[in-house]
Ligand binder design. Structure first.
Ligand SMILES: Cc1cc2nc3c(=O)[nH]c(=O)nc-3n(C[C@H](O)[C@H](O)[C@H](O)COP(=O)(O)OP(=O)(O)OC[C@H]3O[C@@H](n4cnc5c(N)ncnc54)[C@H](O)[C@@H]3O)c2cc1C
Length: 446
């Protein structure tokens, strides 16, 4: 959608989106249920990078932006030793917080003295964290952090592809902490001059992220829904044939913006080698289970963003977001909205349970954690399959090979969360870069 929006700014570009489902937006799925606003996919974006922020301004939705609440920015919790524990908000805070044992904290303090990695070889984020921070911080902090973003297995995920900002700190400053202290992550100052009293780093839109999709959808391009693409094929005149179920369409340029498994299928006949590359990018399955309760049913104050759970706690759920505490307008007065993430690489079996069993299991978990009495007003579940691509160790080599395929075909482009980052910011950045590359193609091609 972003690429189509950008390309259609030039009236000479005739853009058509072929979307297999009956709605656009993919992972972004906002629904109104009664007086609740429910996000089944991303519930916001970070302003540590400018891409989504700028896109929202470009499409004229800047007055619809809403910052995350002060409490959501300040308070994040971890389930540890059978209770919720507040995570410290700063590096210094960690050193005085018993969430890690004294020896665990001393090991973390030692991080600047650990020599940096000498070779350029990729390693798992687990191996990276073990090396730099030690076992306890890896199991207690890194593991749930990885779950919260990728719903992935830290022992399999690539540090270089999945956490490039972290590995860059080691490379550039020799240490994560020294890098952080010296401002190595850069300071995004996007919200300067904007009404942002709590200096929030997380933002959304008044009517949810779906509002951005709706706006982009109104761009000057043709959008065909319920249109499953089966494959693509180069033609002798330099154009592309796009095979649908009952017919084929023709195009000068093709942009594939699907999950890797779908892209792999579409390339199978035309370029089995390229199809094989995409097939090596697996994705997890994730269940998002959303509950609505009366405020008085929940004893916990819900005074924050929510909580994550490390693997070694052996729980059924990955984490819980307290949606109505994060952004305004998510639940009516006197009610609360919670959403629970289940499955991922940690418990893929659970996302496959029959719906009633899954919802009951998840309800029992949150009811215990947050001391909830009675039944929810309603429960709504979304199963994402494929959910989030898993960038395994060596992912960047795969991406290089995929970019070489692109160069070979010249008018075929690959974007989407399978390659250059899974966050909305990454996806928008890659989509914009793709539009720029297409605009740079000399008009004589093909
Ligand atoms: C539950 C969840 C929560 C998330 N939370 C956040 C968050 O808070 N912040 C954040 O930054 N990111 C978050 N993400 C990640 C982010 O939302 C996604 O990485 C991003 O939206 C993916 O966008 P995409 O365009 O690459 O792919 P998708 O959104 O998956 O879109 C791909 C599209 O291709 C279509 N398609 C597939 N096959 C075909 C075919 N054969 N023919 C035609 N069309 C086809 C699909 O129907 C879909 O519309 C979350 C993801 C999930 C699943």
């Amino acid at each position: 959608l972003t690429t189509a929006w950008k390309l259609s700014q030039d009236i000479n570009n005739k853009v058509t989106i072929l979307e297999s489902s009956d709605r656009v937006g993919g992972c972004i799925q906002t629904e109104v249920i009664g007086k609740y606003l429910v996000e089944k996919g991303p519930n916001g974006f970070l302003v540590n990078q400018p891409y989504v922020w700028n896109l929202i301004h470009e499409v004229g939705l800047e007055n619809e932006l809403v910052p995350g609440s002060t409490l959501a920015g300040k308070n994040r919790f971890l389930w540890k030793n059978a209770q919720l524990q507040k995570l410290p908000g700063s590096i210094l805070g960690f050193l005085f917080n018993p969430i890690l044992s004294l020896s665990g904290r001393i090991r973390v303090l030692y991080e600047p003295l650990i020599p940096s990695k000498k070779d350029e070889l990729d390693e798992s984020i687990h191996a990276f964290s073990l090396r730099r921070l030690g076992t306890e911080a890896t199991d207690t902090l890194l593991d749930p952090f990885v779950s919260g973003i990728h719903a992935g297995d830290p022992q399999i995920l690539s540090s270089q592809a999945g956490f490039p900002r972290l590995t860059a700190l080691e490379k550039r400053f020799g240490s994560i902490f020294m890098g952080l202290l010296r401002g190595g992550l850069g300071k995004a100052n996007l919200t300067k001059g904007i009404q942002n009293p709590n200096r929030s780093r997380i933002w959304s839109l008044k009517h949810g992220m779906g509002q951005l999709v709706k706006k982009l959808e109104s761009g000057s391009f043709t959008l065909i829904k319920n249109c499953l693409v089966r494959g693509i094929e180069p033609q002798s005149n330099g154009t592309w044939s796009i095979h649908l179920d009952a017919k084929s369409l023709s195009a000068d340029v093709v942009i594939m913006a699907c999950p890797p498994v779908a892209t792999s299928g579409m390339l199978q006949k035309m370029d089995p080698e390229a199809a094989g590359l995409f097939a090596q990018i697996p994705a997890n399955t994730l269940a998002v289970v959303v509950f609505a309760f009366k405020r008085e049913q929940v004893k916990h104050p819900l005074d924050g963003f929510g909580y994550l759970i490390p693997s070694n706690e052996n729980r059924d759920i990955l984490g819980v977001q307290w949606c109505s505490s994060i952004y305004p307008g998510r639940a009516p007065e006197g009610q609360v909205l919670l959403r629970v993430l289940v499955g991922g690489m940690r418990r893929p079996d659970l996302a496959k349970l029959p719906m009633d069993q899954l919802e009951q299991l998840v309800f029992e978990n949150v009811a215990r954690d947050l001391t909830i009495s009675g039944q929810p007003e309603w429960v709504e579940t979304k199963i994402w399959n494929p959910a989030i691509p898993q960038y395994q160790v060596g992912h960047l080599d795969l991406v290089k090979k995929i970019r070489a395929v692109e160069s070979r075909w010249r008018t075929l482009f690959f974007i989407g969360n399978g390659l250059g980052g899974i966050s909305l910011n990454d996806c928008v950045r890659n989509a914009e870069e793709c539009a720029n590359r297409i605009c740079a193609i000399p008009v004589s091609i093909p």
